[in-house]
Write a protein that binds this ligand. Structure first.
Ligand code: FEO
Ligand code: CA
Ligand code: CA
Length: 639
């Protein structure tokens, strides 16, 4: 039986797991990097200044963050009363708003599906007909008067889904089947009845996509030798998708599921197996994260199928309106730990997709399609081919998209760049970032934002490829506890332009504990403070919804911040206000709006991941991730 990290895997993050299972290269010149960071801090007067006063802007029109006092003086656009931080095991929303659960892990999606069983927590067979676990990114599609919701099911908390086992881990083949079926994507029709959204169980659109669903591999890497396996020697097809984190949606009506910590599912039955450096860069190692998939499906046994991990880590394009369609892995958008995929159409018609690689010290990317989008045309394969770029930021508040070509990277082919994308980005000296999570582009303006969630290795350790992580640019704090949101304005009002201006919209912090850079930027106050921004989305008014996945201890550096939460921000004024507090030990992730804008749907992921929640059903019930609908009591639009 392949090894798994059996004890405490629910208590450590994917990044921590990777650093244990696939140790980082030793830094040789890192003392020099830290010295440089420290002297820069001294130069700035003992602490790094943030917010409007910190940045001397050039001639471009970035709007620096202003204080909340400034914002209220100018008249707030946010339109609700702030919610106080708390540690309750429920959802808290502002006065005048209400919430209800739309779909939970294990809810039946088909008329013949079994109800969720609290004792067994489901079987392989029941899970294949039920809503997946740990819902994350999602998007809503309106079609002929029906409303179809596509939702990522990122991963499972083994101690919860296998809580019926003494080991709190999968113990047999059916447990593994259940775990694989809890991953992937759930596509469900939903309907509003008497003010409550619910699943339409007999809808022809309902579909479960799991770790076993057949997929096509498309784009530059299709058929490459590194994608060939004994079971699938053409390298053009694969089975399944897993660890789908954030999402995207295209103007032509498809859904993008983004494969993030795909590495954590592989293990090796041969104790002498050593992964290649190329696999090590992605954290693929001898042990898995406790899923034990290799015990029941040898695809996940690295000793037998060393190329299988090369077939994961992509953006997967899904047609949510055709349950018979074959999802397409879009290798043109690169292979890394994809967070989300923010799609915009540039002025010249090329499709631009912004992409984050969420790991400490990894990179921010941009794809620009070869073809052009046109309303009513056949746009289905615009993500098949295009140019892939990585971001390089400089301290003068400028940035550049560096194209990843064979000439620039030293790699032989475009295919290799799409498979070993991290190595390609390292080769061109891309800026190592504080864990790029979601990117969101503001509507009606040419401007984009990315959550840099936190990075305790900033200025301390290199990334997995050995690239230094110096303090500076958009990553201005060593051992970054709280995270920040960077924004950029492309030159010439063109998302396809190769240069941009940037600033920080907010640096999160705790002004009740710190009075230095750890207090955060001027738009962070005792009333709205948070840590670890992650999910991000704009509403039709151009207001930004920020979701957190951070430290919920409510103590020490995080005292007063309570459970994970969702905030709304005005990008123009810089004002930020807390809209929602989630239940215990969850993160808030995923956001989409009903077609009439009267409901916002958000995701509550992994409530009780350490054993302290019974959300959403209370009592002694099993905690279950859920999609939650939030509406105004007066029925007016929420965004
Ligand atoms: Fe799945 Fe980067 O969060
Ligand atoms: Ca996330
Ligand atoms: Ca996160």
């Amino acid at each position: 039986m392949p090894d798994t990290i059996r004890s405490s895997s629910d208590d450590i993050s994917f990044d921590d797991f990777d650093e244990i299972n696939s140790p980082r290269p030793t830094a040789t010149d890192f003392d020099a990097v830290v010295d440089r960071a420290l002297s820069r801090r001294r130069f700035l007067g003992g602490g790094i200044a943030f917010g409007a006063s910190a940045f001397v802007m050039g001639t471009t029109a970035l709007t620096p963050a202003r204080t909340s006092a400034d914002a209220s003086a100018a008249g707030s656009r946010l339109g609700f009363d702030a919610v106080a931080a708390n540690g309750l095991d429920t959802i808290t929303v502002p006065d005048g708003f209400s919430w209800h659960v739309v779909a939970r892990w294990g809810d039946p999606m088909f008329p013949d599906a079994a109800a969720f069983d609290q004792a067994s927590r489901g079987t392989g067979a029941s899970q294949e007909r039920a809503f997946g676990d740990n819902n994350d990114g999602m998007a809503m599609f309106a079609h002929q008067g029906r409303t179809i919701l596509a939702v990522n099911n990122e991963y499972t908390n083994r101690a919860i889904i296998h809580g019926n086992r003494a080991s709190l881990l999968p113990e047999n083949a059916d447990d593994v089947r259940k775990g694989k079926a809890a991953h992937g994507v759930s596509v469900v029709e939903v309907i509003e009845r008497d003010g409550f959204w619910q699943i339409v169980q007999d809808s022809p659109f309902n579909r479960r996509i799991t770790a076993d669903t057949p997929m096509d591999i498309t784009g530059p890497a299709r058929g490459h030798d590194l994608l060939k396996t004994a079971a699938e020697p053409s390298g053009t097809r694969s089975l399944g998708t897993w660890n789908n984190c954030g999402n995207g949606r295209t103007p032509w009506g498809t859904y993008l599921a983004c494969e993030e910590n795909f590495n954590a599912y592989f293990s090796a039955s041969d104790p002498t197996y050593t992964p290649s450096d190329a696999l090590g860069r992605y954290g693929v190692g001898r042990k898995d994260w406790g899923y034990a998939w290799a015990t029941a499906d040898e695809r996940f046994d690295l000793s037998k199928h060393p190329n299988e991990p090369n077939r994961a880590g992509y953006i997967v394009e899904i047609d949510p309106l055709d349950p018979t369609s074959v999802p397409k892995k879009r290798t043109a958008l690169g292979r890394f730990k994809h967070e989300n995929a923010e799609v915009v159409v540039a002025a010249n018609g090329h499709v631009v997709v912004y992409l984050g690689d969420d790991e400490r010290g990894e990179f921010l990317y941009r794809f620009v399609s070869d073809g052009k989008y046109a309303l009513g045309a056949d746009n289905r394969d615009l993500l098949e081919n295009g140019r892939l770029y990585v971001a390089r930021f400089t301290d003068d508040m400028r940035g550049e998209w560096v194209e990843l070509t064979p000439a620039a990277t030293g790699m032989a082919t475009d295919a290799e760049i799409r498979i070993h994308t991290r190595q390609a980005a390292s080769a061109v000296g891309a800026t190592t970032m504080d864990r790029p999570e979601w990117v969101a582009a503001i509507p009606h303006r040419i401007e984009a934002y990315c959550c840099l969630t936190n990075n305790r290795n900033r200025g301390i350790k290199p990334n997995a490829g050995g690239d230094p992580t110096p303090v500076g640019g958009p990553n201005p704090r060593a051992a970054n506890l709280y995270g920040q949101i960077v924004r950029w304005v492309p030159d010439d009002g063109d998302h396809a332009a190769d240069h941009f201006d940037w600033d920080l919209f907010v640096t999160a912090g705790n002004p009740t504990v710190h009075d230095d850079a750890q207090a955060g930027s001027t738009n962070v106050t005792a009333e709205n403070m948070f840590n670890s921004p992650d999910g991000l989305g704009f509403d039709s008014r151009g207001l930004m919804w920020i979701q957190t996945d951070g430290n919920y201890s409510d103590a020490g550096d995080f005292a007063g911040q309570g459970n994970n939460q969702m905030l709304v921000a005005d990008p123009v004024s810089g004002e930020i206000r807390r809209f929602l507090v989630g239940p215990r030990q969850c993160e808030i992730t995923g956001i989409t709006f009903a077609p009439d804008r009267r409901t916002v749907f958000i995701g509550v992921q992994h409530p009780g991941e350490k054993g302290d929640s019974h959300f959403p059903d209370g009592g002694q019930s099993v905690p279950r991730s859920a999609v939650v609908a939030i509406r105004r009591d007066d029925g007016k639009p929420v965004g």
